[in-house]
Design a protein around this ligand. Structure first.
Ligand code: HEM
Length: 262
């Protein structure tokens, strides 16, 4: 039984600071993540992520991608919160999840259970609805979640309890920034300072370390605002501009590397 699922409804930065390293990394799908290509990419799908998708009505779609290598295992679970209104929904009202492999084989998760599960780090009660495990094909899997009513689900992917990388925005034209491994306490300011260019841009916001490299060219407020944060603690710049705004906060969550070591 998995013990480390963490709710993706909490603020990512807070989780990064307070949760132990083995917690599932939360990823919240945005309303603009309507196709797998426009949704976030979990670079390594064997690392544990908790992808949260909320819907307001039937027919809405949210999607993401996850990368696997030959020999990996694709491990996916579908969960809902064990509280009203989610736990009162019929199976036909729960969002469906279709997984398509790199070679085009599609599987729609079947709801086969309602097993209670208490997630200790966020003190949240969940219900397992479906669990899927298969040997991976090498390449990118697409996950498309379709709403059937007003409801939210969590799709748990992967089980390796290490920091993973989530890419957002247009597919990078350069190879993704290699992620140096974190110390048990998190990433150091020295590591952040070493990633101070357009080609490798890390920044600290509220004691969490973010890899903003792929956001530079996508930022609606201009590349310069982001490049001026590379290699520094960008908290005050970010707060001065975006305090309390949900869009920048959810974008930022997609670039989280992990906590800043103290
Ligand atoms: C990692 C840090 C940042 C993230 C994730 C971020 C994200 C975003 C997002 C998502 C928007 C679009 C908001 C919307 O359409 O509602 C936006 C707009 C904007 N951002 Fe940022 N931002 C960051 C840092 C900054 C900084 C440091 C500045 C300035 C110093 C800045 C200046 C702006 C401006 C001026 C806009 C409005 C652009 C427009 O609508 O024409 N941003 N940002």
């Amino acid at each position: 039984m998995r013990k480390t699922l963490i709710t993706a409804t909490l603020v990512t930065a807070l989780i990064a600071i307070h949760a132990p390293a083995q917690a599932h990394q939360p990823v919240v799908l945005l309303n603009s993540d309507t196709t797998a290509a426009s949704g976030p990419l979990l670079v390594d799908g064997t690392i544990s992520f908790a992808v949260r998708a909320g819907f307001t009505k039937a027919g809405e779609k949210k999607a993401f991608r996850a990368g696997f290598k030959a020999g990996d295992t694709v491990a996916v679970q579908l969960l809902i919160l064990d509280k009203k209104p989610e736990n009162k929904l019929k199976n036909s009202q729960i969002p469906s999840v279709t997984i398509t492999s790199p070679s085009g084989k599609s599987t729609t998760l079947k709801i086969t259970e309602r097993t209670k599960f208490f997630e200790p780090y966020s003190a949240t009660n969940y219900l397992y609805l479906s669990r899927y495990t298969a040997p991976a094909e090498a390449g990118t899997y697409n996950f498309v979640i379709t709403g059937k009513s007003k409801a939210a689900v969590t799709v748990a992917v992967g089980d390796r309890e290490v920091q993973g990388e989530v890419l957002r925005g247009p597919a990078p034209t350069v190879a993704p920034t290699p992620t140096a491994s974190a110390t048990p306490a998190g990433y150091t300011m020295e590591q952040v300072k070493a990633n101070n260019t357009k080609a490798k841009c890390w920044s600290v916001i509220n004691d969490s370390v973010y890899d903003l490299t792929n956001w530079i060219s996508s930022h609606p407020g201009g590349a310069g605002a982001i490049t001026s944060m590379c290699g520094t603690d960008g908290t005050s710049m970010y707060i001065n501009q975006h305090k309390g705004q949900s869009q920048p906060a959810s974008r930022l969550a997609g670039y989280l590397l992990g906590p800043l070591a103290k």
